[in-house]
Design a protein around this ligand. Structure first.
Ligand code: PLP
Length: 408
């Protein structure tokens, strides 16, 4: 099928509206993506026809809900190249997934004096859970630095990895700069030292073809709402042997086998990590999002985003006073243009663009270590997805022209 951005765009009802009297240009998909009709319909269908709790009732609605819920797990497993759906745990998103690993795997395996290797490129979701673990255990945090283009400086990797390194937690794609990290290479180096590799895939599963087996990682975290799915949906993939050896994260219904007075035994994977009533609609909606994206094809989506980035970097890059942060090579730079413009504060840039119906994000993007690296408190960020077009870029550039007019 040929990739037709206008047809794809027409599947997203929220994009078809005026904001402040102008047609909406949505360039904030790195924060959350818009949702296609296919996903909205799946949510409606579930609530209108199949709404029941999963795995519990011996009745038709519960059977249907369970079937939809478990089918969705299989779809997510296939999307990321996992061979076994039982290795996919439903979570509330990347934050939930990383907290699960840092807490459940971390408390079982990390001790005082051990080291946790992160990078300064990380979203706070892939820093703070590890800080909490370090505080509880007495482990030490170490960081891979980034160069001027926002790429990890991997020359130091061999000295940063030591026999005390228990875990390397790294993002697949940076939300603040768009940097695509060489996860496979990092995973191989980490494994050579016996460390476990946790990947923050919040932006990775959105913009790259993910194959967890090929990447050779141990855990991969993703958010449904960034890839056309509902908010509050997400998943953690983990290697079966690690998940089986781990203590549960939360206790409650569904995650037990037997409950005795003083102790309990645990359910099989994946249920051991899914205490309580899960986000059933969210999981089914995420499954529908995977169907929608699979139908279009990740290769076509990636090629479209690359063309758009090429166009955006050229047009935005030509503005007076612009500074774009992130890698120069499109092989290493995913669908985010992070920038400052002269003396204009990013919040002012965003406010002026909003008046033109253009939605971008301004701020530290939950990546304060990145901001600190460049000595800025914030950047403006335009992020692209499959439904954006060159016309959106043109509108952005026109809007930025107004910013230049006001701030000089
Ligand atoms: N990691 C990265 C790279 C992100 O971009 C985000 C969200 O912006 C997160 C983690 C957190 O994801 P969520 O808020 O869906 O848990």
């Amino acid at each position: 099928m040929t990739f037709d951005p206008l047809r794809i765009r027409s599947e997203f009802p929220a994009l078809d509206q005026n904001v402040n009297g102008k047609p909406l240009v949505y360039l904030d998909s790195a924060a959350t993506s818009q949702k296609p009709r296919h996903v909205l319909r799946a949510l409606d269908d579930y609530y209108e026809r199949d709404n029941a709790n999963v795995h519990r009732g011996i009745h038709e609605l519960s059977r249907r809900a369970t079937e939809g819920f478990e089918e969705a797990r299989g779809k997510v497993a296939r999307w990321i190249g996992a061979s076994d759906p039982a290795e996919v745990i439903w979570t509330s998103g990347t934050t939930g997934s990383i907290n699960l690993v840092a807490s459940a795997w971390g408390l079982d395996n990390v001790r005082a004096g051990d080291e946790i290797l992160l990078s300064v490129l990380e979203h706070h979701s892939n820093i703070v859970p590890w800080q909490l673990l370090a505080r509880r255990t007495g482990a030490k945090l170490r960081y891979v630095e980034i160069d001027e283009q926002g790429r990890l400086i991997l020359d130091d990797l061999d000295s940063l990895l030591t026999d005390r390194t228990k875990v390397v937690a790294i993002s697949h794609v940076s939300n603040a700069l768009g940097t695509v990290n060489p996860v496979k290479r990092i995973a191989a180096a980490a494994h050579a030292r016996g460390a476990v590799v946790v990947v923050d895939g919040a932006q990775g599963a959105v913009h790259t073809k993910v194959d967890v087996q090929d990447l050779g990682v141990d855990f991969y975290a993703l958010s449904g709402h960034k890839m056309c799915g509902p908010t509050g949906s997400g998943a953690l993939w983990g290697r079966r042997d690690l998940l089986e050896a781990m203590s549960p994260y939360q206790g409650g219904g569904e995650m037990i086998h037997f409950v005795h007075r003083d102790e309990s035994t645990w359910a099989e994977l994946p249920h051991k990590f899914e205490a309580g009533t899960p986000n059933i609609a969210g999981a089914i909606g995420l499954g529908a999002a995977v169907d929608f994206l699979s139908e279009i094809g990740m290769d076509a989506i990636q090629a479209h985003e690359r063309r758009l980035m090429e166009y955006a970097l050229e047009k935005v890059g030509a503005l007076d006073g612009i500074r774009i942060y992130g890698p120069e090579s499109l092989d290493e730079h995913s669908a985010v243009v992070s920038f400052t413009l002269g003396d204009a504060h990013p919040h002012d840039i965003s406010t002026i663009l909003d008046a033109e119906g253009i939605a971008i994000r301004a701020g530290h993007h939950c990546a304060q270590l990145v901001m600190k690296r460049y000595g800025v408190s914030a950047t403006a960020r335009a992020s692209f997805y499959l439904y954006n077009t060159e016309e959106d870029v043109d509108r952005l550039v026109e809007g930025l022209g107004l910013v230049v007019g006001i701030f000089g």
